[in-house]
Design a protein around this ligand. Structure first.
Ligand code: DAH
Length: 340
């Protein structure tokens, strides 16, 4: 029995040394140390031994089992190490290299200006309204006091889809749409940022551009309210030292109508090259809402009054960031866009 044990030990050792994979080792473990393995078979026969021999052989069997167990463990560890080294050598990428970084995008300057304007007007108690870019002739012109043969239509002669459907030429149609939605409630206090379309195309005009419309209606609204709101807007958008100037103008949907200038940020109002020596830069059109427009929207001009304004977002952005060509906004040159 002693010899049998020695033989098992020797055989197991030899086979282990030859084994090259974890599967082979597992098989050997079953063969030598498993429940039906060779060592167990030998121990089964211990009953036939004399009482003197039994403890000696038992001890020897335990020693053999312990030795084999630790040999198996060593061999498993060695093979795992070899396998990992082989894997690493086969690896074509270096997993310790830092990962690829992706260039982060940023907001378009027009988005920045629209977002900032929204925040300013929300702070002044306004809500944000919306309207369709494909608009009916009725909302784009008719309901704004611009009947079919009105000469002021010429300035905005534009992309007609059919005689009655047009790509909106300004955000002003949202005025009447908003009045219809809210009437007869007051106050109405909305701005509407959005895209508009006209058939111009040069350094200061683009066939698609953005406007922000404003409309306020309530009992007793006066021109001074318009002035106060626009001054607050201009000083938050351009800086607290800026002033505004209001000049008489004409729009069919306002009476009286006014154009609003902001004092030049470069010369401070004394006159320089960028403001054409006037000290002022035009930023928007505005006025008191025409009684006809209030009526089209379902409000009674004997009960309420209102003011409205419309500004070009590109123009605001050009003044704010010192950009001299409107086409830069739409060329998508990453070197331009990365500056914001
Ligand atoms: N809709 C005008 C334009 O596109 C701008 C404008 C002028 C809007 C006066 C207004 C306003 O609301 O009161 O030229």
């Amino acid at each position: 029995m002693k010899e049998q044990l020695e033989k098992i030990k020797l055989e197991a050792k030899c086979s282990l040394e030859k084994a090259t994979s974890l599967e082979e080792i597992n098989e050997l473990k079953v063969r030598f140390l498993g429940k039906k393995g060779e060592l167990t078979q030998v121990l089964r026969g211990m009953g036939q031994l004399s009482p003197e021999e039994r403890p000696l052989i038992g001890q020897l069997a335990n020693e053999v089992r312990d030795e084999l167990n630790s040999l198996f463990q060593e061999r498993v560890a060695a093979i795992k190490k070899i396998e990992q080294e082989q894997k690493l050598q086969a690896e074509t990428i270096d997993i310790t290299l830092p990962g690829k970084t992706f260039a982060r995008g940023s907001n378009h300057p027009l988005t920045l200006v629209i977002e900032e304007a929204k925040q300013i007007f929300i702070g002044l108690g306004f809500e944000i309204a919306e309207g369709p870019e494909i608009e009916t002739d009725y909302y784009n012109f008719e309901a704004l006091n611009l009947p079919k043969d009105h000469p002021a239509r010429d300035m905005q002669d534009t992309f007609y889809i059919s005689p009655d459907i047009v790509l909106r030429t300004h955000t002003s149609p949202v005025q009447v749409r908003t009045m219809e939605r809210l009437k007869p409630a007051v106050p109405v206090k909305i701005i509407c940022p959005g895209k508009v379309y006209r058939k111009d195309d040069d350094a200061t005009h683009s066939p698609m551009f953005h406007q922000i419309e404003g409309l306020v209606i309530d009992k007793g609204i006066r021109m001074s309210d318009l002035k106060g709101i626009l001054l607050a807007f201009v000083q938050q958008m351009f800086g607290p030292d800026r002033r505004i100037r209001i000049r008489p103008s004409y729009f069919p949907f306002t009476e009286p109508s006014a154009e609003v200038d902001v004092s030049c940020g470069i010369c401070g109002g004394s006159g320089c090259k960028s403001c054409g020596n006037t000290g002022w830069l035009e930023i928007l059109g505005s006025g008191m809402v025409h009684p006809n427009v209030l009526r089209y929207g379902g409000y009674d001009p004997t009960q309420v009054t209102g003011f409205a304004f419309g500004m070009g977002v590109e123009r605001i952005a050009m003044l704010k960031y010192g950009i001299n060509d409107m086409r830069l906004f739409f060329e998508n040159d990453i070197r331009f866009l990365q500056q914001f």
